[in-house]
Design a protein around this ligand. Sequence first.
Ligand SMILES: [Zn+2]
Length: 211
Amino acid sequence: MAASYGYTTCNEGRTMASHEQMADYANRGKMYIDVNSWIDYAFMKYMHSQWNSNTYKNHYRIGGLKLTLDGSPQGRTAWRTIPYLIPPDGQIAGYKGYPAIPNDADVESIADSAFANNWQIKAHCNADASADQFFRAIQKASAKYGNKDRRNILIHGQLIRMDQLDSLKKYDVIGSFFQCTHFTGEIGMWKLLELKKPNKSVPLNPLWKKE
Ligand SMILES: [Zn+2]
């Protein structure tokens, strides 16, 4: 499908056991556009394979490690520091979403492995509490291993705070923000709903700030 739109490179954003199929597909010479896998941290063994390389082999390679730290705003599972204005069914007022990995020590150990091996991290952080957790881990790992040209990525970032843009710069992390979802579909509707509420402290995707 990607090729039909003219794309010549595709990202597989969170690769688990499907890496085996893609590697097999590449080995058989079936890929005709470049595919870049981001290996889920639970499948770290693949990071040690020949596919983890800066160059493609038969149009396939592993680009780095995917670290998913929370859910999504539309599912109201993104992990925030302030409560959702409208808690989802079954949740009480004050609900803030939740972390994907509750213990900082676990996130730090993943970041430590990535820094030690020079693996690029793509961290899925939709809301500000998960971004804070990512920055805490990065801070420790970069103090230990240095932080030169690592090109770590914070991806989605829909409910991060404006001050976290400074943290992106401080830790030399690339911010990659969702934008099309703001104008279309369920999430756009949900955001309009949140915006109508008189709560000025609700952080939104920084890309939205000027509107
Ligand atoms: Zn993601």
